[in-house]
Design a binder for this molecule. Structure first.
Ligand code: SRM
Ligand code: SF4
Length: 567
């Protein structure tokens, strides 16, 4: 008997999943019905296929006034394990957004690409066009394993090669297997009668209680924010190879402002496994969550709450009994870096890679700034592999040393700056999508952070802190999509134009920050944190980082300093 049967009342989404015949529902029929939107049941199922139904929120009020329905648009999210694309795959995204989407590409915090503004009537063609180059959208969203992330640095050594092999082995094991995807989007032959029971050996007919996230880091480099994943996997290199992995469990950022029983949590150490055992151990974690996760209350359905409710020791026992072996103790982890691999670096095979900063992940052409065209030109000419990072940036890999000046010239001629030409404030910033596409946003994010950062750049430079790495993240609601609760400074949307300010995370992603001020208007955000930055410049200990300083002093200390500003 699994958890779904043990709980008396399960949420509506559970019923939809169970009755969907492995995610078929009536999606195929609705795709052909000429309507601009899907039914609620199909909306839920579409997420598993990588599609969110949205509406253009900039148009909502106007359309309502005119007595018209919402302008429905679909967001399509691909699954790109470890963020790696061949040149042809990247170029297909570039074309598909022009053919069927809004003309931009959005690199996400889980190193995939989202297309926005796809109309329902173009959805099938868009998904097929991506599949033509072997990119799937299955597993993009929904109650299943989401895009598996990994350090994006394209280093040509055995450690990175082995890590990549393990990422792909895990994806292969835990990816959804339903043939519904093929049937609906790629015109596969429908399976006659009821789909066979073994169609989803891991997910069964109910899938997971909620989304589930795996992330791979290499010890020392926490560029992926490993502690924010349901399962963080940390590779331990020894003698030039991956010897084994530490497994961390129960990380997550999501919270709801009005619900105290929802909160961000850093993943806790579960144990250590030799490399060969990684996939089996991950399956044991996944099935323990599948069977015991909360299927009645979706707000409390993430792994982090199961672990807090039952205890880490109970969870470890459950995993070990499924795994059939004892987990070794996890070692203490040491982190030195979390930068996003910006700039030129030798790959180790005589070739070079180039890490580019993409402001809030948006690849677009706008006026003189033509990043989308520039990337297309570089990818068409030099055919680098394209590596998307978990900090919403892009790395191009495989250049000869002699290519470098010309690559730079092409980028510059399209108004694209190299990473060293951006300030650290910018390089260490991220904003989630927010308005106008995100149905959950209560405030602008991607469109708002660019208004705040120039002010913070001026303040930080004026205080002599321009060389400090201070992470600044913004989200349009408390769900945490830009992982705000582990950044040094976070602005979290609470209501239109107002944000809660959090302080005291950590550049290395090891600490949660704390609420500092509530409901601060957008135009006062920089002024609110200025006294804290000034105190840091004045009172820090030698070598102390911003987040460490804030945690040492405590946020109350700064509230007192700052009494003159909004409270
Ligand atoms: Fe997210 C929901 C965008 C990474 C926590 N997220 C959404 C939706 C789909 C809104 C919705 O449900 O209708 C957003 C679509 C906006 C749009 O218009 O595109 C959205 N999330 C994003 C992206 C695109 C943010 C970005 O700017 O890059 C990221 C896509 C990741 C991907 O490629 O798979 C994204 N979301 C995250 C992360 C960060 C991470 O995983 O490293 C988190 C925090 C970690 C975690 O899962 O706890 C995150 N998103 C959420 C939540 C809160 C979940 C919770 O436990 O409460 C929601 C709301 C929900 O699921 O109900 C959400
Ligand atoms: Fe939307 Fe909120 Fe996620 Fe931002 S944090 S993308 S506003 S759900």
């Amino acid at each position: 008997m699994d958890q779904a049967d043990r709980q008396e009342k399960v949420s509506e989404v559970e019923v939809i999943k169970r009755n969907s015949r492995h995610l078929r529902g009536s999606i195929a029929e609705e795709l052909a019905n000429g309507e601009p939107s899907f039914t609620e049941e199909s909306r839920q199922l579409l997420k598993f296929h990588g599609v969110y139904q949205q509406d253009d929120r900039d148009l909502r009020a106007k359309l309502r006034k005119e007595g018209k329905d919402k302008h429905y648009i679909m967001m399509v999210r691909a699954r790109i394990p470890g963020g790696v694309l061949t040149p042809d795959q990247y170029l297909q995204f570039d074309r598909v957004t022009d053919w069927y989407g809004g003309g931009t590409l959005r690199v996400t915090t889980r190193q995939t690409i989202q297309l926005h503004y796809v109309l329902k009537r173009n959805l099938k063609q868009a998904i097929r066009a991506l599949n033509d180059v072997m990119v799937t959208t299955l597993n993009g969203c929904g109650d299943q394993v989401r895009n598996v992330i990994a350090c994006a640095a394209p280093v040509a050594d055995d450690v990175h090669r082995e890590l990549r092999e393990d990422v792909l082995a895990l994806v292969d094991k835990v990816g959804a297997k339903t043939r519904a995807y093929h049937e609906i989007w790629l015109d596969g032959e429908p399976v006659a009668g009821t789909p066979d029971e073994d169609e989803e050996p891991l997910y069964k007919d109910v899938y997971l209680p909620r989304k589930f996230k795996f992330g791979f880091a290499i010890e020392g480099d926490n560029c992926i924010d490993v502690y924010s994943n349901d399962v963080g996997i940390v590779a331990h290199p020894e003698g030039g190879h991956v010897k084994g992995y530490t497994i961390l469990v129960g990380g997550g950022m999501g919270r709801t402002a009005s619900m105290k029983q929802t909160y961000p949590r850093l993943a806790s150490p579960l144990g250590y496994v030799p490399r060969a055992d990684l996939v089996d151990a991950c399956v044991a974690v996944l099935t323990a969550y599948r069977d015991y996760g909360n299927r009645a209350n979706r707000r409390r359905a993430r792994l982090k709450y199961l672990i807090d409710e039952r205890g880490l020791d109970w969870f470890r026992g459950e995993v070990q009994s499924r795994f059939g072996r004892l987990l070794a103790d996890a070692p203490d982890l040491v982190w030195q870096d979390a930068h996003d691999h910006y700039g030129w670096h030798p790959q180790g095979d005589g070739r070079w890679y180039l890490g580019l900063f993409v402001e809030n992940g948006r690849i677009k052409d706008e006026g003189e700034f033509r990043l989308k065209t520039a990337l297309r030109a570089v990818v068409e000419r030099w055919r680098p592999t394209v590596h998307l990072t978990t900090q919403q940036n892009v790395i191009l890999a495989g250049f000869a040393e002699a290519d470098r000046p010309e690559v730079e010239a092409v980028l510059r001629s399209h108004g694209v700056r190299l990473a060293h030409e951006w300030s650290r404030v910018m390089l260490n910033s991220m904003a989630c999508v927010g308005l106008p596409t995100c149905g959950l946003s209560v405030a602008d994010s991607e469109r708002a952070l660019p208004q705040v950062l120039p002010q913070l750049e001026r303040i930080i430079t004026g205080l002599g802190l321009a060389d400090e790495d201070i992470t600044i993240r913004m989200t349009g609601c408390p769900n945490g999509c830009a992982r705000p609760y582990i950044s040094d400074i976070a602005f979290v949307g609470r209501s239109p134009n107002k944000y809660d300010v959090f302080l005291g995370g950590d550049f290395l992603g090891r600490h949660l920050n704390k609420l500092y001020k509530e409901l601060v208007p957008l135009d006062q955000l920089a002024a609110e944190v200025e006294p804290v930055l000034a105190a840091f410049a004045r009172e820090r200990e030698p070598g102390e980082r911003f987040g460490d300083f804030v945690r040492r002093k405590g946020v109350d200390y700064f509230r007192e300093l700052n009494v003159g500003l909004s409270s």
